[in-house]
Design a protein around this ligand. Structure first.
Ligand SMILES: Nc1ncnc2c1ncn2[C@@H]1O[C@H](COP(=O)(O)OP(=O)(O)OP(=O)(O)O)[C@@H](O)[C@H]1O
Ligand SMILES: [Mg+2]
Length: 450
């Protein structure tokens, strides 16, 4: 028999307690416990209950069947398109363009494969139509409904029989059987469970929008991230037109790919050659500026990195970074101070990656070090059209990076004249139209450039 029980649930981490607590003992957040009613003894499972264990040899498998979304950048991030029956979460700050991206995707899929259902809990049908007109996303097979009740949504799916469903957003959905408000942990979890069940049993792929908190975490429970197959994050500065789509988790592909878009009035335009766009406004040989090459997934990207070092009397000098890990900056500053005797203790240091990209990994180390030296010495680099990549070790040595040859190819293609790379990467490249300078230490690189 099902029985109701009152519990308190942390809205950050889904921790459950029998009494109210000011601070969640699990995730330490304050004031996050909310009273909810739990139905005991009536747990529903996600996958049909009549399935029996089978030998793995007897399970029918086909290569993942994928929908081509018609958007190359999105296909790339998903690992080659949308897998049938998969559940994808797309998160991003307010107004970044989630609904825009999904409406464009829905339109393109409906033109190619048939009915697509776009369920919005945030906007009316007219509002979506207006956006559709602006984006020219108007296919006859694109169905729109404003609905927040999960049971009703299931009915609509039953009746419309779409090949693809979009839910905008999970935080607006609710089930009558749960008493707490939409957006609470229980509602989000139960609604997602239902959606997953519908998707997996009918083989329909779902895209679900999820809002993020100010800190950039998924609002509501982290459990959501574990349930879905793929988590995408849509990032960018709202004041700039570039948007970057990144994979956080993917059960059907790598997580290192990014997709680059530009926000226009007519919607999101794909940026198929990000290097060209990121370098558009670069004035080469500027003080404190160096162009670097990095790999984002399987794609080389060339981007400008800027450093500004200015003297200060403050006891605690500033270290401000945008687009680069601040611990990486601290490490490089320490190497420069210790091995090359360049003082930074009395300087504020600002570092910026142009274009709003977040650089991960160690590709940027050498370029960042050169930009810092350039700013501190107030000297520009003396090599024309220069590009740099390489990792710096704690002894001041320059270490090779993976896929260096691809970055060199890209740099040659983009018309760079000089490239400074780790000596061990140089052994593997044979490009003719670019001057390749191999270095084994930071000191050697600095001597070549200044
Ligand atoms: N007429 C327009 N011209 C250019 N850009 C526009 C125009 N209208 C909207 N935009 C862009 O679209 C963005 C809003 O897009 P969208 O509604 O898809 O965002 P969202 O992530 O779904 O937001 P929310 O979190 O509110 O649901 C705006 O921030 C703006 O950059
Ligand atoms: Mg929206």
């Amino acid at each position: 028999m099902a029985k109701n029980k009152t519990i308190f649930v942390c809205q950050e981490c889904a921790y459950e307690s029998l009494k109210w607590l000011g601070k969640c003992p699990n995730c330490n957040s304050w004031n996050s416990m909310v009273e909810e009613t739990k139905i005991v003894g009536n747990s529903s499972s996600n996958i049909s209950s009549n399935s029996l264990p089978k030998s793995i040899l007897n399970i029918r498998s086909s290569e993942y069947e994928r929908f081509d979304t018609g958007i190359t950048e999105l296909n790339r991030v998903l690992g080659g398109g949308i897998v049938k029956g998969s559940l994808t979460l797309i998160s991003g700050a307010p107004g970044i363009g989630k609904s825009t991206l999904l409406l464009q995707t829905a339109n393109s899929i409906s033109k190619k494969y048939g009915k697509v259902l776009y369920v919005s809990g945030e906007e009316s049908e007219e509002q979506i139509k207006m956006r559709g007109d602006r984006l020219e996303a108007i296919s006859g097979e694109l169905y729109i409904v404003s609905e927040t009740n999960v049971e009703k949504i299931e009915e609509h799916i039953e009746n419309t029989k779409p090949v693809f469903v979009i839910i905008d957003s999970i935080q607006t959905l609710f089930k009558h059987s749960i008493t707490s408000a939409p957006g609470s942990v229980s509602q989000v979890r139960e609604s997602s469970n239902d959606i997953m069940r519908i998707g997996k049993t009918k083989g329909i792929p779902f895209f679900i929008v999820a809002h993020v908190t100010k800190q950039g975490e998924l609002a509501g429970p982290r459990v959501l991230e574990h349930m879905v197959d793929t988590v995408l994050s849509f990032e960018g500065e709202r004041t700039e037109e570039f948007r970057i789509l990144r994979t956080i988790k993917n059960r059907f592909g790598t997580t290192s790919e990014i997709g680059v878009f530009e926000m226009r009035e007519s919607g999101l335009e794909e940026v198929l050659n990000p290097s060209a766009v990121f370098l558009e406004e670069t004035g080469f040989q500027n003080e404190g500026s160096v162009v670097i090459g990095i790999m984002e997934g399987t794609r080389p990207i060339l981007i400008e990195i800027q450093a500004l070092v200015s003297e200060t009397k403050a006891v605690m000098p500033r270290r401000t970074t945008v687009g680069i890990d601040s611990s990486r900056l601290n490490l490089i500053l320490a190497v420069l101070e210790k091995k090359l005797k360049v003082p930074f203790y009395n300087c504020d240091v600002y570092v910026n990656v142009v274009g709003g990209l977040n650089i991960e990994g160690t590709f940027a180390d050498l370029g960042l070090a050169l930009a810092l030296i350039s700013s501190v010495k107030s000297k520009e680099t003396n090599l024309e059209k220069l590009i740099v990549f390489g990792e710096i070790g704690l002894t001041g040595e320059v270490r090779p990076v993976a896929f260096g040859d691809r970055i060199v190819n890209e740099a040659e293609k983009m018309g760079f004249k000089n490239i400074i790379i780790p000596i061990r990467n140089k052994e593997k490249v044979k490009n003719k139209n670019i001057n390749i300078i191999g270095v084994s230490s930071l000191r050697e690189a600095i001597n070549k450039v200044f």
